[in-house]
Write a protein that binds this ligand. Structure first.
Ligand code: ADP
Ligand code: ADP
Length: 228
């Protein structure tokens, strides 16, 4: 589904962020990119949806080189969730989730119905939360809205950068498990960046361990990693 071959990124100032990374993610699989801060995880993630252009190598989604794709069209098939989800502060929660399907030309009624369904799916009772504003939600609840919004466009691929990083530890474990169940049920292909090895082992079908200098140190299943 997603394949990185010899991918590297050197920023304009000469910083070598990622070097010679080979990775594969199968359809429906959740891959965690884990490693210390500054080892190139976010850069790798952003290269997949071309927020950053690789310096070397090739990235393919379903056999198609992403550099040959129109970036706007490419991103329609890729949801992106970051730690500080940028919800629209002056829009109600329901509207925040409806916006993407509306922009892609769906009917208002269909977008609304889907948004209500997604709020339910991520564990936010629409009767309570649909008409609230983002500042009236806890950090964990805002992350759920971010996930619902990313799912609203029904992208086959989700890229997540520290999606649960801003959430307190107890809520985080619950969100991890709930998201994992949702991801399996919906059959989404996910690449998730975390600096937390426990999160990576808990959530990943596979784990790619990055090391200093943006090199891939290991690429294994959680069971294989724990056995080493
Ligand atoms: P991680 O996500 O693992 O914390 P990043 O991919 O954000 O790592 O960063 C990898 C390296 O690239 C770091 O040394 C970081 O300082 C550097 N870096 C990130 N963005 C830029 C940029 N826009 N310009 C120059 N260097 C950058
Ligand atoms: P969490 O444990 O997820 O961080 P919080 O302690 O922040 O939760 O919030 C607890 C409850 O209070 C949540 O149901 C949240 O929706 C509600 N809440 C938080 N901030 C506000 C607010 N400004 N207005 C109304 N309700 C709020």
């Amino acid at each position: 589904m997603i394949r990185l071959s010899g991918v590297g990124k050197t920023y304009a100032d000469g910083t070598v962020a990622v070097q010679a990374v080979d990775l594969e993610v199968a359809a429906g699989e959740l891959l965690c990119l884990v490693g210390p801060s500054g080892c190139g995880k976010s850069t790798t993630l952003k290269m997949i949806n071309r927020l950053i252009e690789p310096t070397t190598g090739r990235i393919e989604i379903d056999g198609r080189d992403v550099t040959g794709e129109d970036p706007v069209k490419l991103r329609r098939g890729i949801g992106y969730v970051i730690q500080q989800v940028g919800l629209f502060p002056h829009q109600k929660i329901l509207t925040n989730v409806m916006t993407v399907p509306l922009l892609s030309g769906g009917s208002r009624a269909a977008a609304r119905a889907r948004a209500l369904e997604l709020l339910e799916l991520v564990g936010l009772d629409p009767a309570t939360y649909a008409d609230r504003y983002p500042h009236q939600l806890s950090g964990g609840q805002r992350q759920r809205v971010g996930v619902a919004r990313a799912l609203a466009a029904d992208p086959p691929v989700l890229l997540m950068d520290e999606p649960f990083g801003a959430v307190d530890p107890v809520v985080r474990v619950r969100l991890q498990d709930e998201f994992r169940r949702l991801q399996r049920d919906l059959g989404k292909t996910v690449v998730l960046v975390t600096h937390d090895i426990d999160e990576a082992v808990r959530m990943g079908d596979r784990v790619a361990v990055f090391a200093a200098g943006g090199r891939l140190a290991q690429h294994a299943t959680p069971a294989e990693l724990l056995a080493r």
